[in-house]
Ligand binder design. Structure first.
Ligand code: AR6
Length: 167
């Protein structure tokens, strides 16, 4: 099945997808950035459920409910360990594992933030290439996921992802 890849600017908690991805660490406590926004709008219940499922290996993902958010699932993508650092290989791997988990959960649409580029300090251009490549590589291998949306908070990041997706 073909997969539609979309690049949007905005707040990921407002994404019109069945699942949204949290930029997580491997112990799954939810700090600032995307995690803070999800916790604020979805409720503490999400962090409690996530922590109970951890720790997980860096590069892996787990799903929880979405609390007060309208989504079916929050997929917590562990892009880093407790050093809060990441790299291209991990970002690619965690993107792949998050999409595969969504597919297993019969999710049709999933939204990602730019993993690692906030607290992680990872460069947005390398992130864009790694995440988009991982999404494209799964085309043809998915049963349920038909739409993958990348939601970028600021205009500059949006432009970098938009350019990477057009290559
Ligand atoms: N919607 C979309 N993108 C956002 C939002 C939002 N509401 N808020 C921030 N961004 P970050 P990381 C962008 O720090 O680097 C936490 O402590 C932000 O501008 O959320 O992977 C977690 O608990 C940046 O481009 O994730 C982990 O411990 C991108 O999302 C750790 O931070 C990712 O920034 C994860 O760090």
């Amino acid at each position: 099945m073909p997969v539609i890849i979309e690049i949007r600017q905005g707040d990921i908690t407002e994404a019109d997808t069945e699942a949204i991805v949290n930029a997580a660490n491997n112990h799954l406590w939810m700090g600032v950035g995307v995690a803070g926004a999800i916790k604020k709008r979805g409720g503490q219940v999400i962090e409690d459920e996530a922590i109970a499922k951890g720790p997980i290996d860096v590069g892996q993902a787990v799903a929880t409910g979405a609390g007060n958010l309208p989504h079916k699932f929050i997929i917590h993508a562990a892009g880093m360990g407790q050093d809060l650092q990441t790299n291209e290989r991990i970002v690619g791997e965690v993107t792949r594992n998050s999409i595969l988990l969504a597919d297993k959960l019969k999710v049709k649409s999933i939204a990602f933030p730019a993993i690692g580029t906030g607290v992680g300090g990872f460069p947005i251009d390398v992130c864009a290439d790694a995440m988009i490549q991982s999404a494209r590589e799964l085309e043809g291998a998915l049963t349920h996921v038909e739409r993958i949306v990348f939601v970028l908070f600021d205009r500059g990041s949006f432009e970098v992802f938009d350019k990477a997706a057009k290559r």
